[in-house]
Design a binder for this molecule. Structure first.
Ligand code: FDA
Length: 397
């Protein structure tokens, strides 16, 4: 039996952050991960450049059954704290857009930063370590409170941190282990679903937009109260791109999504002006100046008759504007966990302390990162939650 103050299961963003900071407090720490390497999602993140945080991190950038839960941890380890770490390690970075910070070189720089912090503080990392079971120890074994059974070694610890992430990208080592442990110890779970995920369309819809595959447009995408203005991308399966990924976290099956393909203009005014300025120009030609040719053509197919712009009545101009400003689409579904960036839902935050991330009814058991029912928008917010929740727990384990 190997004894540690802290055992962390899951060597992703949250687990490594927690390990480095707990070890820096003088705690003996081991990170156990079943994958052959830790931090795989960091490596694949941000298209290989890791969007590690955002210049503006606010509670409104997170979804949770309790939107107040994330505030405490986010306030105690901010984006500036992570940027300070990035600077300390000499990692070159840049702001891409909307405050999103990416590595100049590769995501490996962020993983190296975390591994260096762990090594410097003395945290041990054990990959290739499948966990068989976890049991709570009884009074006489205190301070040890948990026993972790692996195929090879048994570990005991005072604090057990679950940092096993969500269900997205199973091929990268994602499992429902964290949820099983939560249930084993009586914590509630919020329903889980794929978030930040492309939409799929029905075969009929795919046929309508087949010429658009590979084309992008800046669009205002809305569902219920939520609105995101960013690019959308037509794919072989349906719709993707940042605005679609963002709205997918708010979408429920059966809900309609409204897309404005020309969010920065009033098409009625524009086309009315063109009736004077360029009366003989065909509608398709005018629209292909505003959108890609394929998108313009595919949407013009919804206009009953294509003619020179001066031949449309004001009522027809209104109807054309609706085709482009109010495209209403019912997604068939999402691509699911196979391509989702995150898992919505998870360990119910009502059962955790927002200060320590410890289970309220299970002393010494902590949950951090994506396994918790806190999910960020696209833009570096999920890593910031991993850093912040990992740091918060590290102060108390
Ligand atoms: P994470 O998933 O990182 O780590 C969990 C660890 O637990 C893994 O190492 C896994 O092997 C291990 N594990 C799982 N089950 C286990 C078991 N049973 N036993 C032992 N170990 C187990 N976010 C962001 O802010 N900016 C970005 O650029 C991106 N980009 C991005 C791209 C892609 C393709 C994906 C899929 C996701 C992103 N994300 C992102 C989201 C981000 O990667 C995610 O929110 C964090 O990695 C979550 O960190 P965690 O540490 O909670 O889990």
């Amino acid at each position: 039996m190997q004894q540690f103050d802290v055992v962390i299961i899951g060597g992703g963003a949250a687990g490594l952050m927690c390990a480095a900071n707990a070890a820096a407090r003088g705690r003996s720490v081991v990170v156990l991960d079943h994958a052959n390497k830790v931090g795989k999602k960091i490596l694949m993140s941000g298209g290989g450049r890791c969007n590690f945080t955002n210049m503006e991190v606010l509670p409104k950038h997170y979804l949770s059954a309790n939107p107040h839960f994330c505030k405490s941890a986010l306030a105690r380890f901010t984006q500036w704290d992570f940027i300070a770490l990035v600077l300390k390690h000499g990692v070159a970075y840049h702001e891409k857009k909307l405050g999103q910070l990416f590595c100049d070189n590769k995501a490996q720089d962020i993983l190296n930063l975390l591994l260096d912090e762990c090594a410097e503080a003395g945290a041990i990392i054990q990959a290739n370590c499948a966990i068989e079971s976890v049991t709570a120890l009884t009074g006489e074994s205190l301070p040890a409170r948990y026993k972790i059974h692996t195929g090879l070694v048994e570990y005991s610890c005072e604090s057990l941190v679950i940092a096993t992430g969500g269900l997205s990208i199973p091929t990268m080592g994602a499992t429902g282990f964290g949820y099983q442990i939560a249930e084993q110890f009586g914590l509630k779970l919020k329903p889980r679903s794929a978030g930040l995920v492309p939409f799929t369309l029905s075969p009929t819809q795919l046929e309508q937009f087949k010429e658009c595959v590979g084309n992008a447009a800046e669009a205002r995408v809305s569902c219920g109260e939520q609105i995101f203005t960013e690019n959308i991308l037509f794919t072989h399966r349906g719709l993707s791109g940042p605005a679609i990924l963002q709205i997918s976290s708010y979408w429920q099956p059966g809900q309609m999504v409204t897309i404005d393909l020309l969010p920065n203009m009033n098409l009625i005014d524009y086309l009315t002006r063109q009736q004077q300025a360029r009366p003989k120009v065909l509608l398709t030609t005018l629209m292909a100046e505003l959108l890609t040719k394929s998108i313009a053509q595919s949407f013009c197919n919804f206009v009953p008759e294509i003619k020179p712009i001066n031949q449309y009545t004001p009522k027809e101009i209104h109807a054309i504007a609706d085709v482009f400003h109010r495209w209403e689409i019912m997604p068939a579904g999402t691509e699911g966990y196979r391509t989702a960036e995150v898992t919505l839902g998870g360990v119910d935050v009502d059962d955790l302390s927002s200060k320590t991330m410890e289970a309220k009814n299970q002393p010494g058991l902590f949950f951090i990162g994506e396994v918790v029912d806190v999910t960020g928008h696209l833009g570096g917010f999920n890593f910031q939650w991993a850093w912040a929740s990992g740091f918060a727990a590290a102060q108390y384990v």
